[in-house]
Design a protein around this ligand. Structure first.
Ligand SMILES: N[C@@H](CCC(=O)N[C@@H](CS)C(=O)NCC(=O)O)C(=O)O
Length: 205
């Protein structure tokens, strides 16, 4: 069997999490290398683009979280084979990135600027993206985002909803998803159940 190695930061969320979850759902054994965030400065220079995640398959190297998730999704059956359904899946994945990038950009801001920018995001960008994703889910039947089957698009949205509702992001109310995208909360519960049923070794979902 191929040797898989995923390197990211030491938390259950963020850009590598859809790939981690797809690896576990697919039953693929992998080395889950987690760099503690406080140690990042001393590790940064060993990575080609000074950023994570990175993925290796039998010594071959891959970067970009969505390319990694797509590759693992294709290996494990969590990426649509139908071209149109695959395009729908990709669009959801990229939409989540567009919305979360605005938030990630605030991480390094001074506190007063971070507060102002996040409060603005809560009023404008996040409602727009959340309600759009809510609508996309409903258009596909309200259960999964593509192909009537769980895919990396569902894992991507699930991780985003977890990140927005777990109370770890200052100035982002944990009620924001309920306020603008109630279907995404039902979807979060559905994906969590699926993960619990299909990856019993996961104890944090
Ligand atoms: N487009 C890239 C973005 C990667 C990225 O921005 N990674 C962040 C963590 S989520 C990072 O490594 N930040 C560390 C730094 O910039 O020093 C991807 O999706 O993989």
């Amino acid at each position: 069997m191929a040797q898989f190695k995923l390197t990211y930061f030491d938390f259950d969320g963020g850009r590598a999490e859809p790939a981690r979850l797809a690896l576990k759902l697919g039953g693929l054994r992998f080395e889950d290398i987690r760099i503690p965030i406080p140690d990042w400065d001393q590790h940064r220079d060993q990575f080609r683009y000074r950023q994570l995640p990175e993925f290796e398959v039998d010594g071959k190297w891959l970067n970009q979280s969505n390319a990694i998730a797509r590759y693992i999704g294709q290996l494990t059956g969590y990426y649509p084979e139908d071209l149109w359904e695959a395009a729908l899946c990709d669009a959801v994945v990229d939409t989540v990135d567009d919305s979360m990038k605005r938030l990630v950009d605030t991480f390094s801001m001074p506190e007063d600027q971070k507060k102002a920018v996040r409060e603005e995001l809560v009023q404008t960008t996040l409602p727009l993206f959340l309600s759009g994703l809510n609508q996309s889910l409903l258009e596909q039947g309200g259960i999964y985002f593509a192909d009537d089957h769980l895919s990396i698009a569902d894992l991507k949205v699930y991780v985003m909803v977890n990140d927005l509702t777990n109370g770890h992001l200052d100035y982002i109310p944990t009620t924001i998803v309920a306020a603008h995208a109630p279907e995404l909360l039902a979807h979060q519960a559905r994906v969590r159940s699926y993960l619990r049923e299909n990856t019993p070794q996961l104890d944090y979902v």
